[in-house]
Write a protein that binds this ligand. Structure first.
Ligand code: SF4
Length: 115
């Protein structure tokens, strides 16, 4: 039996899942889907920042456009340390396409004009 907290919404249901992935404690079906995914192939949307050349700010916030496998997050964070975007950037601009071949893009989450 595994215990986990649903992070899909702020309600934060405390759930239990048995070895056959029968889930209890979820208030809605999204919790069951989250629990099964978390126990078989956990993923996360990653948020961070990358260096920004020529901008009003020196870094720009980014996130993955979709959840990526949790086991790739250390490699992704290493990659982010090597990425440099160029100002101006706008919300939704793709900074790295298909990051680590996950199918997710790394996208900008803040508009930053040139300095
Ligand atoms: S199970 Fe449903 S209600 Fe409960 S935290 Fe998850 S999404 Fe929210």
């Amino acid at each position: 039996m595994r215990e986990l907290v649903c992070i899909v919404c702020p309600r934060g249901c405390h759930m239990r899942a048995d070895d056959d992935l029968n889930v209890t404690g979820n208030f809605c079906p999204r919790g069951e889907a989250y629990a099964r995914a978390e126990l078989t192939h956990p993923t996360r949307v990653v948020t961070s920042t990358v260096r920004l050349a020529g901008g009003l700010y020196r870094r720009c916030p980014v996130k993955t456009s979709a959840p990526v496998p949790k086991e790739l997050i250390p490699e992704l964070m290493e990659l982010l340390g090597t990425v440099e975007a160029s100002a101006p950037v706008a919300v939704g601009d793709v900074i790295v396409r298909d990051v680590l071949h996950t199918g997710a893009d790394l996208v900008c989450t803040r508009q930053v004009p040139r300095a």
